[in-house]
Ligand binder design. Sequence first.
Ligand code: ADP
Length: 279
Amino acid sequence: MSSIIQIRNLIFEYEKEEDGEPVRAIDGVTLDIEEGSFVAVIGRNGSGKSTLAKNLNGLFVPTEGTVLVDGWDTRDDEHIWEIRQTAGMVFQNPDNQLVSSIVEDDVAFGPENLGVEPSVIRERVDMALSSVRMGEYRHKAPHQLSGGQKQRVAIAGVIAMRPKCIIFDEPTAMLDPRGRRDIMKIIQQLHEEGITVILITHFMDEAVRADRVIIMDKGRVLLDGTPAEVFSRRERMLEVSLDVPVAVEIAAALRSRGIDVPEDVITPEDMVEFVCQYR
Ligand code: ADP
């Protein structure tokens, strides 16, 4: 497996509005994101997740250190379009991402900017809308849609650019449970199709679906491993004020009653499986 994103000793500082003093949001992060992987990034508010995300497609460039996207250095202005095309981004609020008054025009916007042929654009728009199950809404105006539907259109706009990697920055934070489930299904489907997925989330039940979980704390990587490895460090997570997935919580309670639940029981399905086989 090769890395699609390589982060080396990344430091990112904002400037305080009042006095221009630096605020260090990322404090020395080194990571490789494998092509085709599904990585969840979690951490409490202010831990640097969003800043990290924006460093992964050239929206922000490092204060120190380097970020390579498919081999391109994000500091290299010349390749910014290749970088943006390789690593697409979906943000929390779909209203900030939709630019046109008709759904299908919105989805076409990205490929148009990339100079894709009109006939190819049409094909890509069809494909992207059908993969988020929004084909029948193509002639609607975004303001006629629910929050979850708008987020699906925003995702279609990114898919239409044919990125190798999509970074989702808390894409379900503003949605109701049904909207969240729909978006998670789409994210899993994109991963199954081979797209690298980086999902920033504060929902542990979303993070357990990933194949790697990274926990950020104070601009650094605190834990990095498979969901089973990371979530089995329950005490460590509680120490940094993070929830643990509900199945991990139940497993810990069962263990305290002497029931030997394996460490890799982290999703509700794992728990059901364990309980059904327990004698
Ligand atoms: P998270 O996404 O984990 O909530 P952020 O990446 O948004 O964290 O923020 C990391 C740190 O950077 C926080 O201390 C936050 O206050 C600071 N920060 C974020 N945006 C700005 C900004 N525009 N100006 C100054 N400081 C900022």
